[in-house]
Design a protein around this ligand. Structure first.
Ligand code: BES
Ligand code: ZN
Ligand code: ZN
Length: 495
């Protein structure tokens, strides 16, 4: 999709998208009385009944446009960058529904005139809304369903350097997110641990500031990374611990650790019907890490970031790890496996210790589709945030708020910290079997992970809810959303 900036609406575009604020539904009166009549007529008939971000099509005689789309932006006092993202998603959908490929719009310009949102923020939100909406996963459909937008001409009458800068940022962020969506939407017979490695390799090869190393089974055995080895033991593919080192600047290293289970059957604690079908998405954390590295490289961010991905399958076979097994982890702590479906924390634990001990990361952020309990707590609208460092927590919450790829804190009270202590081992991998173990399920997973971080500043993001959604919401399609990528992009841009 091409985004261009113009002083006037582009009369060559097929669709014209105009905004309206609740406070001034007559704003086109002087400009075009006929259009004003159509709009006020439609509103009288109930076109904008109650909500903001509704739209309708209207007409203008003697107009070159095939469709005129009127979008209700709500109240100007309540407008945020998210208003623009959502408005753009409405415009893209309204235009592509009629197979139109070019759009011109005044909506960003209206927000510039009527709100305090900066030009850079507007540019970024505009591009994110457009590019994220212009996505569909249709690779395996013989007959494609979706039509895409080719060009958007954006009206902007003042100096446009900050606005352009925002558009560039937003385009890179959204493309990185769409890349993450593709990776998560692909089924597990296509995206295997081998594919994750290949995908990481392609990113490393695209930028000489990125160095890649891969620890294979032999390496993992030599180092004693038995958490990853145990989980992978029934899989069809050898496990890997993939490291991308992005050296974009000076200063301390931040590590991003992403869960890369390419299919989670649950293992011997097999998932039931209804719980297993979507488990190709269990590498959503890995996708978030790869997408974020793509963003850092694409926008030439001057920071040093490590992307660390433990990846394998969690399957069943005679070689698989079993409930009751005791595993000596990479940091030498012993873990009793009370449930083979709590596998994410087993592979992350070794990766976290590796990030701190071998790679000397000072800050570690892990992302994982870790628990159903986090979905019960927060639904699809926010990832769970756990950690002990208030500064990092606040930065991530802020990045989540501004990107609307939201994270919400769950408490890590002292009183929770013993809940994963084992009876015959240092730790157990679930609190307790059965219903008793469901209580505080997201938090106890976080508590478990925390035992594998020593001095580094650390935060854990449980993205199980937002990573994959059951129905479309504005610029997020049904299925994968690329959760974590926008939030981390904002974090590295602004923190
Ligand atoms: N991958 C799942 C968590 C998950 C569930 C992600 C639904 C996305 C959607 C994870 O490995 C898992 O199975 N967790 C268990 C933990 C339990 C055994 C303590 C869960 O949430 O039930
Ligand atoms: Zn599991
Ligand atoms: Zn899992």
């Amino acid at each position: 999709m091409k985004i261009t900036i113009n002083k006037e609406p582009n009369t060559k575009s097929e669709a014209l998208a105009l905004g309206i604020f609740k406070e001034n539904t007559n704003q086109y009166k002087d400009l075009n009385p006929e259009l004003d009549k159509e709009i006020t007529g439609a509103i009288k008939k109930g076109a904008f009944k109650n909500k903001s971000l509704e739209f309708f099509y209207t007409k203008m005689y003697n107009s070159a446009y095939k469709k005129i789309i009127i979008v209700n932006l709500g109240s100007k006092n309540e407008a945020e960058p998210e208003t623009l993202r959502r408005a753009m998603s409405i415009v893209v959908k309204a235009a592509t529904k009629s197979k139109l490929k070019t759009i011109t719009t005044n909506i960003a310009e209206m927000l510039r005139e009527e709100t305090k949102i900066t030009a850079e923020d507007l540019g970024r939100a505009l591009a994110e809304g457009l590019v994220l909406s212009n996505y569909a996963f249709e690779k395996y459909l013989s007959k494609k369903k979706t039509s895409f937008i080719k060009e958007v001409s954006v009206q902007w009458t003042t100096k446009s350097d900050k606005f352009s800068k925002g558009i560039k940022q937003g385009t890179i962020i959204a493309n990185a997110t769409n890349f993450g969506k593709d990776l998560v939407n692909e089924p597990s017979n296509i995206v295997t641990p081998k594919t994750i490695e290949k995908t990481a390799r392609a990113i490393a090869n695209s930028d000489k500031r990125i160095k890649m190393t891969v620890l294979r089974r032999k390496d993992l055995e030599r180092k004693g990374m038995n958490g990853i080895l145990a989980v992978s033991s029934a899989g069809n593919f050898e496990p890997r611990l993939i490291v991308l080192e992005y050296s974009g600047g000076k200063g301390e290293k931040t590590a991003l650790v992403g869960k890369g289970i390419t299919f989670d059957s649950g293992g011997y604690n097999l998932k039931p019907e209804g719980g297993i079908e979507d488990m190709k998405i269990d590498m959503g954390g890995a996708a978030a890490v790869l997408g974020t590295i793509k963003f850092l490289s694409g926008l030439n961010i001057k920071k040093n970031v490590l992307g660390i991905i433990p990846t394998c399958e969690n399957l069943i076979s005679g070689k698989g790890y079993k409930p009751g097994d005791i595993i000596t982890m990479y940091n030498k702590k012993t873990v009793e496996v009370l449930n083979t479906d709590a596998e994410g924390r087993m592979i992350l634990a070794d990766a976290l210790h590796y990030a701190e001990k071998d790679l000397k990361a000072k800050t570690i952020i892990d992302l994982a589709t870790l628990t159903g309990a986090c979905m019960v707590a927060l639904g699809y609208e926010a990832s769970g945030l756990m950690g002990f460092n208030n500064g990092l927590n606040q930065d991530l919450i802020e990045a989540g708020r501004n990107s609307n790829d939201r994270v919400w804190p769950l408490p890590m009270y002292d009183d929770y910290q013993h809940l994963m202590n084992g009876e015959v081992s240092d730790l157990k991998n679930i609190q307790a079997p059965g219903m008793a173990g469901r209580i505080t399920g997201a938090i106890t997973a976080g508590v478990f992970l925390s035992k594998f971080v020593d001095k580094a500043i650390w935060a854990h993001l449980d993205i199980a809810g937002p990573a994959h959604i059951p129905e479309e919401r504005f610029y997020n399609q049904k299925g994968a959303t690329g959760a974590g990528i926008r939030m981390l992009s904002y974090y590295f841009l602004f923190s």
